[in-house]
Every structure is written in structure tokens, then in C-alpha cells.
Ligand binder design. Structure first.
Ligand code: COA
Length: 292
């Protein structure tokens, strides 16, 4: 593969190789100047994946023209954490050069998954034989509205308290049981969620952690990033109690709105959020899968 250097008539040969930590500055430049940049919605920045494989680069001379990172985490699920391409390259050409190396690196097991946040990336994935798996929808609620009352029936007698470091192992177990395989969070991600959350809390029955939530805060709103109740304890008012405690917490901190994402076919969470006063915003993201 080669391209024309705009400053001269010289043909620059491209090279393909795995990314290494020393590529950090070159990759920063691609993320800053690249015409096409997909960053996964994540607790980590795409560059935090340097040092993990598969993470492949397309270079012309010392310049990184394109990058594709899909390290599996948790095992068996390789999200596209980064795909970026300079304006010298067509995204489809860069993808064709990089993706076979990524598949080799994955050992042809598991799935590659991607959340398309922009139409150009959705088009590319569709052309490259990814199949549409789900839609992630966004809901919004004004925090001017008061929280809901505790549910009259089915209370499990839980206590909601702030999450502590010692809780993370139990939180990981609830997460693994509550979410389908595609949406599991690894131990590392649970730890990062706890470190980055503006408010993280657990629901405890007796001495058992049966549910949890992580919420973040931006200058405009709070965002409920993850909410889960252990399947043995669902439909007893615990999700409702965790959610309304979040609403109470951010109202007390004078935050004016709360957003949340969920899957379009996650009927339990959609019913919960609607009951708590959330409305769909119409901002959807498409989730694609590639099985090899
Ligand atoms: C979504 C979830 C957190 C709900 O927690 P929960 O403790 O079971 O929910 P609650 O018992 O507090 O239910 C509160 C309300 O939510 C709705 N709801 C909860 N589960 C429901 C279900 N399976 N079907 C329909 N409505 C449901 C109901 O409106 C319910 O009120 P009601 O009991 O008066 O009808 C739980 O199902 C879960 O952990 N799911 C897996 C993880 C997940 O999808 N998280 C959210 C997406 S990020």
C-alpha cells in the first residue's frame, strides 16, 4: 500500500506493525488531527490501551496514518476501542489493512463488538460484514422533580450506602450475574468505575451486596453509568431504591438533570426508568457484532 506525499511527487510506502508504548505522541497527533476518529464509550481513554494487543498501526514513514485497537476485555469480547484514520487515507482502505491483523491477534475466537457513535463508522461496519445487534438508547430526567417514594410492596429491607473498595469483589459478582455476556465489566473496569464515579453506592441485605450503581458528573448533568441488581433479588424494589437514592444525592448537590443509557430491548430497565420519570431523548447508538 502506498500514498502520494502532498509536499512532493514522492511515493511513501506504508508499513503495518503493532503499536508500542513509545507510539504515544504519534497516536496523540492522529487523535488530534485525524479526520475519522472512533473512540469507544469507556472508562479508559483509547491511549490507555497502548501495551495491550491487538492494537495495530498503519504508518507512512514516522507518521501514524491509521490505528485500530481491539484488546479483549473481558475475555471473548473485543470492543473496538479505537479506530482512527488521517485524511490521507480512506477509512475502508485503512480498515482492510488493519482488521485482518486484529483478527489474527484475537486467535479467531469470540466476537468483535463496536458502538457506532457516528454515521461514517456505522456505514463502515455495515460494509465490513458487522451485523446490527442492539440499539443503545438515552433517557433523561429533570432533577427538579422529587425522587419517588419507596415502593409500598415487595421491599427487601435493603440498606443503601456508599460503595467502598472492599465491596468491589462482590460488585463484580453482581455485575457478572446481572448483565448478558456482551455487557460484562471486568474487575479492572469495576475498579476504574469506582475511582471515576461521582457517586457509587451498594444495596445491602443482611451482609450481602445485592445491587449497586455508578454515576458520573459532567458540567451539564449527572449520568447513571451502571445499575444492577443480582437476579435472585430482582423485582423487590431494590433497583428503584438505588435509583431514587441517586436522584436524592444529585438533587442535594444542586445538579439539574440525570441521564442514563440502556439497550432498546432491556424491558426491565426501560420500565424502571419510565416509572421514575425518565423520557427517551431520541439519541441512539448502534451496537454491531462481528463473529469470526
Ligand atoms: C433493571 C434492574 C436494575 C431493575 O432492578 P429491580 O430491583 O429488579 O427493579 P425493581 O424491583 O426496583 O422495580 C422497579 C420498577 O421497575 C420496573 N421493572 C423492574 N423489573 C421489571 C421487569 N422484569 N419487567 C417489567 N418491569 C420491571 C417496574 O415498573 C417496577 O415497578 P413495580 O414493581 O411497581 O411494577 C434489574 O432488572 C437488573 O439488574 N437488570 C440487569 C442489569 C441492567 O439491565 N441494568 C440496567 C441497564 S444499564
Amino acid at each position: 500500500m502506498s500514498s502520494l506525499n502532498p509536499g512532493s511527487a514522492m511515493i511513501i510506502e506504508h508499513q503495518l506493525r503493532q503499536a508500542i508504548p513509545e507510539d504515544l505522541a504519534r497516536l496523540r497527533q492522529l487523535l488530534r488531527d485525524g479526520k475519522y476518529v472512533h473512540r469507544h464509550l469507556d472508562w479508559r481513554s483509547p491511549l490507555d490501551w497502548l501495551g495491550y494487543q491487538p492494537f495495530w498501526l498503519l504508518l507512512s514513514g514516522e507518521r501514524v496514518e491509521a490505528a485500530l485497537a481491539c484488546p479483549p476485555d473481558p475475555p471473548g469480547v473485543a470492543w473496538v476501542r479505537l479506530f482512527a484514520c488521517s485524511e490521507q487515507e480512506r477509512p475502508s482502505d485503512a480498515w482492510h489493512a488493519l482488521f485482518p491483523h486484529v483478527l489474527d491477534g484475537l486467535g479467531h475466537t469470540g466476537v468483535v463488538a463496536a458502538i457506532a457513535l457516528r454515521p461514517w463508522f456505522a456505514n463502515l461496519l455495515e460494509h465490513e460484514h458487522f451485523t446490527l445487534h442492539q440499539r443503545v438508547v438515552t433517557l433523561w430526567r429533570s432533577l427538579d422533580l422529587p425522587p419517588g417514594e419507596f415502593l409500598a410492596s415487595g421491599r427487601a429491607g435493603e440498606l443503601i450506602r456508599p460503595m467502598q473498595l472492599d465491596d468491589l469483589e462482590a460488585v463484580e459478582q453482581v455485575d457478572a450475574r446481572a448483565f448478558g455476556w456482551l455487557w460484562h465489566n471486568s474487575r479492572g473496569d469495576i475498579h476504574r468505575s469506582w475511582q471515576q464515579a461521582a457517586y457509587a453506592s451498594v444495596a445491602v441485605v443482611g451482609s450481602e451486596i445485592v445491587g449497586f450503581q455508578f454515576s458520573t458528573l459532567s458540567p451539564t448533568n449527572a449520568h447513571l453509568a451502571r445499575l444492577a441488581v443480582h437476579p435472585s433479588w430482582q423485582q423487590r424494589g431494590i433497583g428503584w431504591a438505588l435509583l431514587n437514592d441517586v436522584i436524592r444525592y444529585f438533587r442535594a448537590h444542586r445538579v439539574s438533570q440525570l441521564t442514563v443509557n440502556t439497550q432498546h430491548d432491556n424491558h426491565a430497565s426501560l420500565a424502571l426508568y419510565r416509572k421514575a420519570g425518565f423520557r427517551l431523548t431520541g439519541e441512539d447508538y448502534l451496537v454491531y457484532l462481528y463473529t469470526h
